[in-house]
Write a protein that binds this ligand. Structure first.
Ligand SMILES: [Zn+2]
Length: 200
């Protein structure tokens, strides 16, 4: 139920609030789930790259707690056959945007999250050093939700105010042959339209 006297009481109200990043690199509207899988960026490294990922756990299933469990080292290897192979991985991303547009943050933006793995962009290796990783709950061949594009564009606008972002790429672009996400289903033209100045 939406009550205008209590803004923030519903998800709908929250979407109208101004998204902002605090001085420690945490987004005010994000649900905070701290991941231990992070460490400092190399000294003096500017954040110049945004990496868009797609993930669903179990693969192709949405809405469960598999992703947050994976990123916080609490995934039960017996809960699903697929989990046995990945449960021991120490991985994270800065953000996850769920199918309904909910924003979850695991790592502060000034810290290095562990999302890219072996990677390179424009000849520069170890993209985790200089990037922010944003996971979209989804699969390579299934259309991402409108609410996810909306939140992604809002988040990118806010991140650009703090960080000198030069490029926005997919995981597949920085780890070709090894990674395919966010996959052909991700509509880059749609994101570009949302980020165009006229779309504000
Ligand atoms: Zn990825």
């Amino acid at each position: 139920m939406s009550d205008p006297a209590f803004p923030g009481a519903t998800g709908l109200s929250a979407t109208r609030r101004q998204l902002a990043l605090d001085e420690r690199g945490f987004a005010n509207l994000a649900r905070q789930v701290r991941s231990p899988n992070h460490d400092p960026r190399p000294a003096g490294t500017a954040v110049s790259l945004l990496v868009v990922h797609g993930i669903s756990l179990p693969p192709g299933e949405y809405g469960g707690d598999g992703i947050t469990r994976l990123f916080t080292n609490r995934l039960d290897p017996r809960a699903h056959p697929y989990y046995a192979a990945i449960a021991g991985m120490k991985v994270s991303a800065h953000f996850l945007i769920r199918r309904d547009g909910e924003l979850i943050q695991f790592v502060g933006c000034f810290e290095r999250a562990w999302h890219a793995g072996a990677s390179a962009w424009k000849g520069r290796e170890r993209c985790n050093d200089f990037s922010i990783g944003i996971e979209l709950e989804g699969a390579d061949d299934v259309a991402y939700a409108a609410a996810q594009y909306t939140m992604l564009a809002r988040l990118i606008r806010v991140l650009r105010r703090t960080f000198p972002i030069d490029d926005i790429v997919g995981h597949a672009d920085i780890a070709p042959g090894r990674k395919t996400d966010p996959g052909p289903a991700f509509d880059w033209a749609r994101l570009r339209r949302l980020l165009a100045p006229r779309a504000r």
